[in-house]
Design a binder for this molecule. Structure first.
Ligand SMILES: Nc1ncnc2c1ncn2[C@@H]1O[C@H](COP(=O)(O)OP(=O)(O)OP(=O)(O)O)[C@@H](O)[C@H]1O
Length: 367
């Protein structure tokens, strides 16, 4: 890959070998979009945290080139020290100063702020993270979710050019995760800077990330737009039980008497439970492969509302469970995955090019 330092991307060409006994080598060559959220995904020990540490300048032995929108932070000849890199960092644990109130923690960050950069104002972030009522509390008096919201606000108040988030929800229980995710969604949609988000959770990645980088043993094995990668067969996550696709569509009809909105994409429509959306709004829908079944005929005597006429594009056996296959379907050019038993695939004579009915049992509205 050629490194074009003038382009509007975060360029990372990094080689880093851990000193000491570890044989781990991180070796990546990436051009990450300079807007939106990029998820770093991969098994434990694949090098996600090491990559974030290299970007932030904490790994002194890292070699290579790092630049954001043409501004070089590291070259083969020089390296900007960590404290001079305009980066906000959110860790798994909030790491707030315990002897300062939430507000004093934020004020401390504001003293470090880059005066030439304006990512977000104090009032905006207080409102976005909904932390006004807890500003006078000390960290020990806050819930885990509140602490993490203060930590996110603090990272943004230094007015960084890049935000790194290393499993920011990992230390929270499921209920707190669900509580904080909407704040993160809002933040990710409104932030004017690139965000790199490390997670083990496909659910978080699907909700938050526009772009995905999958690491394995220090190398990039998959990379691309989230929506495109999710619709592929043979990726590391397509065999997951919660493997899903994301479809963007427009609300074209609402039936309030039935509590439904109809979402159109290409020549297809999908019904979803009506929420706050209005006709004309664009929605992102998540369809899990386990919620899609296949039928050779269109049963309009079925309780399943969403039945799409699709074409079989491809199919693979789940390498971890040979009794299951994952079938890639095309609704127009939009991919949908179905996870069905190998026996069903055999009985239906599933093969490429076959026109078939995809029955979708459940659809989640993402945003
Ligand atoms: N301080 C260290 N000294 C030596 N080796 C280390 C050190 N920290 C991590 N490693 C090794 O570097 C490799 C990458 O670790 P890293 O923490 O970057 O992975 P990760 O993908 O973030 O994992 P996890 O998802 O578990 O956080 C691993 O093999 C790990 O054992």
């Amino acid at each position: 890959m050629t490194l074009d330092p003038s382009a509007n991307t975060l360029h990372l060409r990094i080689k880093q070998q851990r000193e000491g006994t570890s044989s781990f080598i991180l070796d990546v060559d990436l051009q990450i979009p300079s807007v939106g959220v990029t998820a770093l995904f991969g098994p434990s020990g694949s090098g996600k945290t090491t990559l974030l540490r290299c970007i932030s300048g904490l790994e002194k032995s890292s070699k290579g080139q790092i630049s954001l929108n043409g501004e070089a932070w590291q070259t083969s000849k020089s390296s900007l020290p960590s404290h001079k890199r305009p980066i906000g960092y959110v860790f798994q644990d909030a790491n707030l100063f315990p002897h300062l109130t939430a507000q004093e923690n934020l004020q401390f960050a504001m003293k470090r702020a880059d005066k030439n950069q304006s990512v977000i104002s104090y009032s905006e972030i207080i409102q976005l993270m909904d932390i006004e009522s807890v500003l006078s509390q000390y960290p020990s008096q806050l819930s885990g979710g509140e602490r993490q919201r203060i930590a996110i606000a603090r990272a943004l108040l230094i007015q960084p050019k890049l935000l790194l988030m290393d499993e920011p929800l990992a230390a929270l229980d499921d209920a707190l995760k669900q509580e904080i995710l909407p704040y993160l969604e809002q933040l990710c949609q409104r932030a004017k800077i690139p965000i790199i988000y490390v997670s083990h959770s496909l659910d978080e990645v699907i909700r938050l990330a526009d772009y995905m980088v999958v690491l394995e043993k220090g190398r990039v094995i998959e990379e691309g737009k989230t929506q495109t990668l999710l619709g592929k067969l043979g990726t590391s996550f397509s065999r997951y039980h919660d493997a899903s696709v994301v479809i963007s569509g427009v609300v074209t009809r609402q039936e309030t008497e039935w509590g439904l909105s109809w979402i159109s994409f290409e020549n297809h429509v999908i019904a979803v439970k009506q929420g706050n959306e209005k006709t004309g709004d664009t929605l992102r829908l998540r369809i899990q492969s386990k919620d899609v079944s296949l039928s050779l005929s269109n049963h309009d005597d079925s309780s399943i509302l969403n039945r799409l006429t699709v074409t079989i594009d491809d199919m693979i056996t789940d390498s971890k469970d040979p009794s299951m296959v994952i079938v890639r379907l095309l609704a127009g050019s939009t991919p949908i995955l179905a996870r069905i038993t190998t026996l069903s695939a055999h009985k239906l004579s599933i093969k490429r090019g076959l026109t078939i009915i995809a029955q979708i049992k459940s659809v989640a509205v993402l945003s």
